[in-house]
Design a protein around this ligand. Structure first.
Ligand code: PMP
Length: 409
């Protein structure tokens, strides 16, 4: 066929070898040669209800037949978007929340930063533009999300970033306090993933997130929790905020809201931020995407949320995570991996120095498991919440064997 036309994300432009995934069911996917793999990362941290759910396909088809799409700018709305925002606001740990909709996590982060700044400006504090983030972290690839992201390699070659974004090292609350002490009047928001996900899987040290909440309260900044991975069941609650007992002002979400059946993301906006907008009765939120509130994407989300509820999949996350963690810790105990970290149903192993995580990933592929390498030394696991015990054990065995074969010489 010659050179592929598809220029792949996060790949070398010259790459020519790809694994074509053509089918999926539950926690399994199949390639075009018929090989089955356990999807140990729920595709890209999103497929919480598993692959091949007819209920979602049917809901999408029904919505398509009724009305495929219509915009929601200004005076227009649709029942699927209204119902979805009602349900999301109802499970979020905030009072009287409202929900802004996007099509991806990056757009959700950009939206949260814009809403945070605009709310301060409307309340008379237009000098509040600083966003405090941390390193490492992953908040997306659009310029707002990329500026917030604490991974210098992702920012390299893309020119100047959004100004006024300050990074502190993960878990270093004193560093955040120092930024507030210096720039307190200018800080719009702190943004943090409850568990750092795509930047390496690091749960927060105890007290870190509540410490951020206190600093935000003291200095009048908003707390944005980026729950693009942790939202919709990953930590055994609707949101990671509930797992860690923190009340954010804004929550960004995507991925698990539809389990990826269609692209959808958004921002839960709490009462304090909404109240700030009320300072100016004529204020118009001049922000929105063509597909904000896309009815077919919202129909997929509603069917997905029904599955999460009806099958009690959120309640399942802690026990499946425990089985996975126990298996990974047994690898650590026998010296196969350097460390095990995670919470709920998102875990990672740290590899010994000199290891090559991509080689470990490849060796796992040949054992029928797709996991994700992060940097040189981390393999991440974030399985569909429908994964079976046997499939969890297969993931553990595969990484245990893969580190042996891929061991540096
Ligand atoms: N925030 C977090 C916490 C994420 O994990 C991701 C994606 N991995 C994003 C934002 C960006 O989402 P998207 O890729 O849908 O733009």
């Amino acid at each position: 066929m010659g050179r592929p036309s598809f220029l792949h994300p996060f790949a070398k432009p010259a790459s020519e070898e790809f694994i074509e995934i053509v089918a999926g069911e539950g926690a399994l996917v199949r390639d075009r040669n018929g090989h089955a793999y356990v999807d140990a990362l729920a595709s890209l941290w999103y497929c919480n209800v598993g692959h091949g759910r007819r209920e979602i396909a049917d809901a999408v088809a029904a919505q398509m037949h009724r009305l495929e799409a219509f915009h929601t700018f200004d005076k227009f709305t649709n029942p699927a978007a209204d119902q979805l925002c009602h349900e999301v606001a109802g499970v979020a740990p905030m009072n009287d929340a409202r929900v802004f909709l996007t099509s991806s996590g990056s757009e959700a982060v950009d939206s949260a930063i814009k809403i945070a700044r605009a709310a301060h400006a409307t309340a008379g504090s237009s000098q509040r533009s600083v966003v405090i983030s941390r390193e490492p972290s992953y908040h997306g690839v659009t310029f707002g999300g990329l500026a917030a992201t604490g991974l210098p390699a992702n920012q390299a070659r893309f020119g100047s970033m959004l100004p006024d974004v300050v990074h502190t090292q993960k878990d270093d609350l004193d560093a955040v306090a120092a930024v507030f002490a210096e720039h307190g009047e200018r800080v719009a928001a702190v943004i943090a993933e409850p568990v750092v996900g795509a930047a390496g899987v690091y749960p927060p040290r105890p007290g870190y997130l509540s410490g951020l909440r206190e600093l935000c309260d003291t200095y009048g900044a908003w707390l944005i929790l980026d729950e693009v991975i942790t939202g919709f069941g990953r930590l055994g609650h609707w949101f990671g905020a509930q797992y860690y007992g923190v009340r954010p002002d804004l929550i960004t979400f995507a991925k698990g809201i539809t389990s990826g059946y269609l692209p959808l993301g958004g921002v839960v906006v709490g009462d304090a931020v909404l109240a700030a907008f009320n300072h100016e009765p004529d204020f118009i939120l001049r922000h929105g995407h063509t597909y904000s509130g896309h009815p077919t994407a919202c129909a997929a989300a509603l069917a997905n949320l029904a599955i999460l509820r009806d099958e009690k999949l959120i309640e399942r996350a802690p026990s499946l995570g425990e089985r996975l963690a126990t298996g990974l810790r047994s690898l650590e105990a026998r010296g196969a991996v350097a460390d095990v970290r995670g919470d709920g149903a998102v875990w990672a192993v740290g590899l010994h120095q000199g290891a090559d995580a991509s080689a470990v990933r490849d060796a796992m592929l040949s054992r029928g498991v797709i996991a994700r390498p992060i940097g040189a030394d981390t393999i991440a696991f974030c399985p569909p919440l429908v994964i079976t015990d046997e499939q969890i054990d297969q993931c553990v065995d595969a990484v245990g064997q893969a580190v042996e074969t891929a061991r540096p010489v």
